[in-house]
Design a binder for this molecule. Sequence first.
Ligand code: DI6
Ligand code: FE
Length: 401
Amino acid sequence: MKTLWQNCHVASMAQGSYSIIEDAAIVTVASTIEWIGPRAELPAADYPQVEDLEGAWVTPGLIDCHTHTVFGGNRSGEFEQRLQGVSYAEIAAAGGGIASTVRATRAASEDELFASARQRLTCLLRDGVTSVEIKSGYGLDLASERKILKVIRRLGEELPVSVRGTCLAAHALPPEYVGRADDYIEHICAEMLPALAAEGLVDAVDAFCEYLAFSPAQVERVFKVAQQLGLPVKLHAEQLSSLHGSSLAARYQALSADHLEFMTEEDAIAMAAAGTVAVLLPGAFYFLRETQLPPMDALRKHGVKMAIASDLNPGTSPALSLRLMLNMACTLFRMTPEEALAGVTQHAATALGMGATHGSLEIGKVADFVAWRIERPADLAYWLGGDLSKRVVRHGVEVLI
Ligand code: DI6
Ligand code: FE
């Protein structure tokens, strides 16, 4: 089916800038953009279907490149405790924190996990998201990680969104392995990753490199196995302290290193050279009331591509709106609305290894786009959440969410 979409302005986000086309037209054939440009230059042809976008601004479909959408329970009770002065570390020591989500996730059936994750993912989709990455990491044993990764695959089959599944088995130490972190890493490397990869459940491998999680040496063992399995890697790095996990990630040609508040200029240089995207997560920064900003000047100076994501998770970023993250990236991290939008389109696509097909509106790319009833692109970072009026097109077909 060939469709002409017209009466719109486009922020194509090609090369990571607005790249505005005023009074634009887009021609889609099946799921691909066959032509895009100023309407005055539209090739004369027979267009069997014409859609009037009524002056909307069209952007690429938004891409949330870092989420932990699938988990059991939630931690709003801990949120109340923290507001009364109990620290994250104290809560964790009392069996709360990630461990409580692991218990709830292990206890939940696949259908229960699917139902709760679908609700959260639907919130993201209503905000214009057409691609999302979802990590495992609240199972921490083979059967539970498999259960989560299967739910992630099913979300991609049943909802109108492209889903990438990342194995984050190295997220935290499961209770069975307390005091034996190296043994757990060995279990991940020898059993979990090979089995889950063989079942086709893993698109990328992630780990949490932090003094309260896994060391760079332990992460490197996981990366080596990922490499042998032909899987790209990503890393939670420099969120709470500087262990130079981002430089390690760069050495393994990681798609991205994420969080990064405590990274150094040397880390930025290594990431730029490797093409590793910096995924910034303002929701977690905000929710934990952090004060150390990512080194924005160093990232810009060395040309590291910056993405923005929700980090949707029950402990540190219960964020159900990617557009709200755009606002936070601007207000908290001093990004420009243009940088922020590039961070949830072109650079987010690159952070998922989808940059060649997604993230910008160009001839030959996948026809995932949103037609927003806004006055200018900066509106997307300006409004604090809310359900902006929009039409969402995925694979060339309008989706109703
Ligand atoms: N970094 C985070 O902020 C979350 N995971 C991670 O690697 C914390 C997840 C949680 O508290 O449940
Ligand atoms: Fe995360």
